[in-house]
Design a protein. Structure first.
Length: 261
């Protein structure tokens, strides 16, 4: 069976945890499982409210969806959350400017479906660590254009400026990724409170150290805090391939359910 462990921590510097996580190993609507990390932004408590509202809206929409395509399900749900955040922000001045990053994943047999907005990340760890999502941030755009190097980007003063967020504009653009996993692969979803404090190589080493899943997740958070803990820290680690189910078998099952209704 698929295994996972999730943890969020306020960090060492913040007075409020504006991250919000969701971790379900069991079906949510037509998705066989669902994992989400959201990192809110905005004024006092607005970021906290934004991440909470976005995640809860997406969960509600996923549960209600009759779609079978994970991409369609998540795209509709995130777009709905975007509209609700925009509406609430227009009604309450204290919520003006709120928004949230959003990275979500569902594992369907050997296949991983990923949706991303902002700079929270998803990695796959095998022999090495590979970032699957692309940061929607000013600094990442500078790296892609060749203006700065990857190492310079890690400590750039504008690193916290993101170019896409749920709730930032009337329409939200979501990136989607689909990949096939190999036996032994691990999946990591996290907020930038982890990746700004712990480099990829250290994350990989901790996740491959042979300890229990809980101990590895806790060590990631402890390491981020030991390195300064400048932001909230959220981590979800998934070990997807303990079951041998395939994407095709899952989709066949869903089709059979529809035919029998």
């Amino acid at each position: 069976m698929l295994r996972s462990y999730a943890l969020t921590d306020i960090g060492r510097r913040r007075q409020l945890n504006q991250d919000y996580i969701y971790c379900s190993e069991t079906p949510v609507g037509n998705l066989p499982n669902l994992f989400i990390v959201a990192d809110g932004m905005g004024g006092h408590k607005a970021g906290d409210y934004a991440s909470d509202l976005a995640v809860e809206t997406v969960i509600e929409e996923v549960r209600a969806s009759f779609e079978k395509s994970p991409e369609k399900i998540l795209n509709h749900a995130i777009s709905k959350a975007n509209g609700i955040l925009r509406k609430r922000a227009s009604e309450d001045y204290a919520l003006s400017g709120m928004g949230t990053t959003f990275v979500a994943a569902t594992c369907i047999g050997r296949f991983l479906e990923v949706a991303n907005v902002g700079d929270s990340r998803l990695y796959v760890i095998s022999e090495e660590i590979v970032q699957i999502t692309e940061d929607h941030s000013l600094v990442e755009e500078m790296v892609r254009m060749g203006g700065i190097g990857r190492e310079e980007a890690r400590n750039h003063p504008d690193k916290n400026i993101i170019t896409r967020a749920v709730g930032a504009r009337d329409e939200v653009e979501v990136d989607f990724f689909n990949l096939e996993l190999q036996t032994g692969d691990m999946v990591l979803l996290c907020s930038d409170g982890l990746t700004n404090m712990v480099d990829d190589e250290t994350i990989c080493r901790i996740l491959k150290n042979g300890k229990s899943l809980r101990d590895r997740v806790e060590e990631l958070v402890e390491t981020a805090n030991a390195n300064g803990g400048r932001d909230n820290i959220s981590v979800i680690v998934i070990e997807p391939l303990a079951d041998g189910d395939s994407y095709e078998n899952h989709m066949k099952m869903l089709r059979n359910e529809v035919e029998h209704d």
